[in-house]
Ligand binder design. Structure first.
Ligand code: FE2
Length: 515
C-alpha cells in the first residue's frame, strides 16, 4: 500500500465512523454550506477521468444512504473541491465550488482547467463538515510532447454477484498513467441467490433502480481504490442498460417507447456515476460517449460506442451461421456518423500508436466445429459489411500501428486483424487485445476445452485464457507490450495477481509476438 493509499483509507475510516466534526474545515471555507449529513456523504468515493494536457474531470456523488436513493434532500448542495501538487494537500493549486443537484443524483463533475501537462495531482471534496477521501490523478502530456512511455491498464465486465473485485486492488498498486474501462461496469439483472454477493433489487428499470445499482457497485472498496489512484477513460457496453441491446431495440420484447425511457434512465445514471465531461451530458435517451484523447506524439485513443447506433443483431441474435439478412450493406456497429469520425481521426492522426478502445470482438471467431461456421451475432463478424469497411480502411489507409482494445467476453485473447478473415494469407492490418472480466463468470479456467478445439479453425487467434483480471499495457515509441494479469480465483477475496502471458507489437510491424 502506498503512502497515498494509507492516507486515503485512514480518512475513509474517520469519515466512515461519522467523525465529521473532527475533520471540520469550515474555518478555512467560511462560505461552506452548513449541510448536515446522516452519514458519510462520500460513501461512493472519488474518481477522475478524461485527462487533457491542461485539464481533468474530478468526480464524486453525495450519497449518505447510497443504496436507498442516496439519502439527500431534494435541493442542490454546495460541494467544495481542491486540487494540489502533493498528497498531503498542502500545495493547493486550485479550489472552487460546485453544485450537487438532485436532477443529477447529487453527482459532481468538475472540469478543472489550467493544469500542467504530464503532472500528478491530488484532489478532494468537502461538503458541510464532511471531507472526501483524497484521489490522485494525472494530466495528459502536451499534444506536441515527444513521449517516451505511457502505461495503462484496461478492464471490463464486473459482475458484482459473481466475484470479488480483487483485480482492482492489484491494479491500484500498478504504476499507470491511466485506466481504460470498456464496459459492463454494472449488470442490470435481478438478485440471484447462492452467489458470492447479492444484487440489491430485481432487474433495474427506473432511474432510482439504476442509481441504487451503481451505488452498490461503487461501494466496493477495491473499485474505489482503483478510481482514486488514476484517471479513467470509460465507455459502456450493453449491461449498463440491457443485455445485448442494439440502439433502440431491447433484449426482450419491451415496446420501443418504454425501452427508450429506460435507456434515458440508464444513460443518465451512467453519466452521474462516471468522470465524464459536459460534452457527455445525457440528452433524453441520447448520450454522446464516443470521443478521442491524445497522449503526446505517442498514442491517440479513439473511444467507441458500438451500442447506441448499431443495427439490430442479425439472424435473431445468438451463436449461429450468418443468415442472408446479415449480409446487407446497411449493417453498422458505430452508425454512419461515428464511423466517419473514426476513419477521419485515424487518417489525420500523427501519433505512433492508434488505439481503438471499444466493446465487442472485432476479429472473427468461428466456434463451429469442422466445416460448420458459427459466429456470435453480437460481435463485429456478424456485421460483415461494417467489419469489411473497418478492415479495408486499415488496409488501404494504413494508419500508424492500429491496436484495438476489447472487452465483453470475459476472456483474454490476442488476435491478428485481417483484411479478410476467411483467407489465412490475407494481410494483417492491426492487432486486437481482448481483456478478460474483473469478476464476471466466476473463477474461470486457463483454457476452455471448446475453445481449444476451435483454435486451429481460427489461425489468426494467437492466445486465449479464461481467468479473471485486467490487462496492462506499456507503450514506447518502439514497442507496445501487453501483459495479461490474472487471478486464480475471484470467489474468495484477496487472491494474488500474476502475469500469464505477454505479447509485444513492434512499431511499424504488424502482428503481436509472444515474449
Ligand atoms: Fe460482460
Amino acid at each position: 500500500m502506498s503512502k497515498n493509499q494509507q492516507a486515503d483509507s485512514r480518512r475513509s475510516f474517520l469519515i466512515g465512523v461519522g467523525a465529521f466534526s473532527g475533520l471540520a474545515i469550515t474555518g478555512e471555507f467560511p462560505s461552506l454550506s452548513q449541510t448536515k449529513f446522516s452519514a458519510d456523504p462520500f460513501s461512493l468515493g472519488v474518481a477522475s477521468g478524461d485527462p487533457l494536457p491542461d485539464s481533468v474531470v474530478l468526480w464524486t456523488r453525495l450519497a449518505p444512504d447510497p443504496l436507498n436513493g442516496g439519502g439527500m434532500p431534494p435541493s442542490a448542495v454546495a460541494v467544495k473541491w481542491e486540487i494540489a501538487e502533493d498528497e498531503q494537500m498542502k500545495k493547493i493549486v486550485q479550489r472552487g465550488s460546485a453544485s450537487a443537484a438532485p436532477e443529477f443524483g447529487h453527482s459532481v463533475h468538475v472540469e478543472v482547467r489550467g493544469l500542467k501537462p504530464s503532472h500528478w495531482y491530488w484532489y478532494r471534496f468537502m461538503s458541510g463538515s464532511a471531507v472526501s477521501p483524497i484521489g490522485r490523478t494525472r494530466t495528459a502530456p502536451a499534444y506536441t510532447a515527444r513521449l517516451a512511455h505511457l502505461a495503462l491498464a484496461f478492464a471490463s465486465c464486473q459482475h458484482y454477484e459473481q466475484g470479488y473485485f480483487t483485480a482492482y486492488k492489484h491494479m491500484a498498486d500498478e504504476q499507470l498513467d491511466l485506466v481504460v474501462h470498456l464496459g459492463d461496469y454494472i449488470y442490470e439483472g435481478g438478485a440471484v441467490s447462492a452467489r458470492e454477493r447479492r444484487h440489491n433489487s430485481p432487474e433495474i428499470i427506473s432511474l432510482a433502480d439504476y442509481r441504487n445499482r451503481y451505488a452498490l457497485y461503487k461501494s466496493d472498496p477495491d473499485l474505489k481504490r482503483a478510481h482514486a489512484a488514476f484517471p479513467w477513460i470509460v465507455t459502456w457496453d450493453d449491461h449498463e442498460l440491457d443485455n445485448n441491446y442494439a440502439n433502440d431495440i431491447p433484449e426482450d420484447k419491451q415496446p420501443r417507447a418504454a425501452f427508450l425511457e429506460r435507456r434515458a434512465h440508464a444513460y443518465q445514471a451512467y453519466y452521474e456515476h462516471m468522470p465524464l465531461r459536459r460534452s457527455s451530458l445525457p440528452r433524453g435517451s441520447n448520450l454522446q460517449l464516443y470521443r478521442r484523447l491524445r497522449f503526446g506524439d505517442l498514442a491517440e485513443f479513439n473511444v467507441l460506442d458500438t451500442r447506441q447506433y448499431r443495427t439490430d443483431q442479425p439472424c435473431g441474435d445468438g451463436n449461429k451461421p450468418l443468415c442472408p439478412e446479415a449480409l446487407g450493406p446497411g449493417a453498422t456497429m458505430m452508425g454512419a456518423e461515428q464511423e466517419r469520425w473514426l476513419f477521419e481521426n485515424l487518417d489525420k492522426s500523427k501519433t505512433i500508436w492508434n488505439v481503438i478502445a471499444q466493446q465487442v470482438m472485432v476479429a472473427r471467431y468461428d466456434s463451429g466445429p469442422g466445416e460448420e461456421i458459427r459466429l456470435s451475432m453480437d460481435k463485429w463478424a456478424a456485421y460483415p459489411a461494417a467489419l469489411d469497411r473497418f478492415m479495408k480502411f486499415l488496409h488501404e489507409r494504413k494508419p500508424s500501428n492500429p491496436v484495438v482494445l476489447t472487452g465483453d467476453i470475459h476472456s483474454n485473447w490476442v488476435a491478428d486483424l485481417k483484411v479478410d478473415f476467411n483467407d489465412p494469407n490475407s494481410a494483417i492490418v492491426g492487432t486486437e487485445f481482448v481483456g478478460t472480466s474483473i469478476s464476471t463468470g466466476g473463477d474461470g479456467m486457463d483454457m476452455r476445452p471448446d475453445v481449444e478445439r476451435q483454435l486451429p479453425d481460427n489461425p489468426h487467434i494467437k492466445f486465449y485464457n479464461s481467468r479473471r483480471g485486467y490487462v496492462r499495457c506499456n507503450l514506447t515509441p518502439q514497442r507496445w507490450q501487453t501483459d495479461y494479469r490474472i487471478l486464480a480465483a475471484v470467489t474468495k477475496p484477496d487472491e494474488p495477481i500474476s502475469t500469464c502471458a505477454s505479447f509485444v507489437v513492434e512499431s511499424g510491424k504488424t502482428g503481436a509476438v509472444k515474449t
